[in-house]
Design a protein around this ligand. Structure first.
Ligand SMILES: NC(=O)c1ccc[n+]([C@@H]2O[C@H](COP(=O)([O-])OP(=O)(O)OC[C@H]3O[C@@H](n4cnc5c(N)ncnc54)[C@H](OP(=O)(O)O)[C@@H]3O)[C@@H](O)[C@H]2O)c1
Length: 230
């Protein structure tokens, strides 16, 4: 089984790669800084994990295209896509007078990039008999549960949730399950050191959605394998 994770050389992405590889998946670890990606991949290989590195800046159409061509050449199929890369938990940003740089980067990375990447990799996902797509979202994108704040982050995660529903509907007939997962508040560069959860705990719910059985759910929003409010 072949899996691919975006933004995967640190934080929740890296832990998701590890957990999938420990379950005997062949995992393609992607990132935009090749020296870091290669170093991390070599250290996983030294632990006998079948992990391959490939460059991916999710905001570059050319980079997405090159990755899709590599995946086609090397594997010819994709069983799991984890859209994990994201930016800007913008606590200091004021919705009335935002930093438009932050808004634009968040829209591009957190919302448009998963859409483009999913679309580019769909021919390979359709070749799998059990394909799973996991969009790593956040409770901060929940329309029901959110406390106003982090305007760019929250609106882009809400949009990612809608994208999840759209793809789940479009791909149901192909048996491809598409779900959004909130990992909880996790100790990473984005989550900060005050967060209560470890990356191991956070990634577990992502891996759950990536390895769902054929009778598992699609088109849902989950934390720790349990539905949460959109
Ligand atoms: N930590 C939390 O408490 C928490 C809570 C809810 C949801 N989440 C979600 O969980 C996911 C992972 O977050 P994290 O906490 O692990 O964050 P993180 O430690 O900040 O990692 C984010 C990753 O995304 C990558 N990335 C950003 N822009 C990219 C681009 N253009 N192309 C490729 N990679 C890019 C980063 O790589 P660079 O080093 O190259 O920037 C990094 O590897 C995100 O979707 C986040 O929104 C996190």
């Amino acid at each position: 089984m072949i899996a691919l994770v975006t933004g995967a050389y640190r934080g929740l992405g890296l832990e998701t790669v590890k957990q999938l590889a420990e379950m005997n998946y062949t995992v393609v670890l992607t990132g935009r800084k090749d020296s870091v990606g290669l170093e991390v991949t070599h250290s996983l290989n030294a632990q006998n994990l079948d992990v391959h590195y490939h460059h991916l800046d999710v905001n570059s159409d050319e980079s997405i295209q090159q990755l899709a061509e590599f995946m086609q050449r090397k594997f010819g199929v994709l069983d799991v896509l984890v859209n994990n890369a994201a930016v800007h938990y913008d606590m200091g940003n004021n919705v009335a007078e935002p930093s438009w740089t932050i808004v634009n980067e968040a829209v591009s990375t957190n919302f448009i990039a998963p859409w483009k990447l999913t679309s580019a990799l769909l021919p390979l996902l359709k070749k799998s008999s059990h394909a799973r797509i996991v969009n790593v979202s956040s409770g901060a994108g929940s329309l029901q549960d959110v406390t106003p704040g982090t305007p760019a982050y929250s609106t882009t995660k809400a949009a990612l949730n809608m994208l999840t529903i759209q793809f789940a509907g479009a791909l149901k007939a192909h048996g491809i399950k598409v779900n959004a997962v909130c990992p909880g508040w996790v100790r990473t560069d984005m989550g900060g050191q005050a967060a209560p959860r470890s990356v191991q705990e956070g990634a577990k719910g992502i891996v759950w959605a990536a390895t769902l059985p054929d009778n598992g759910p699609t088109g849902g929003f989950f934390r720790d394998g349990k539905p949460i409010h959109w």
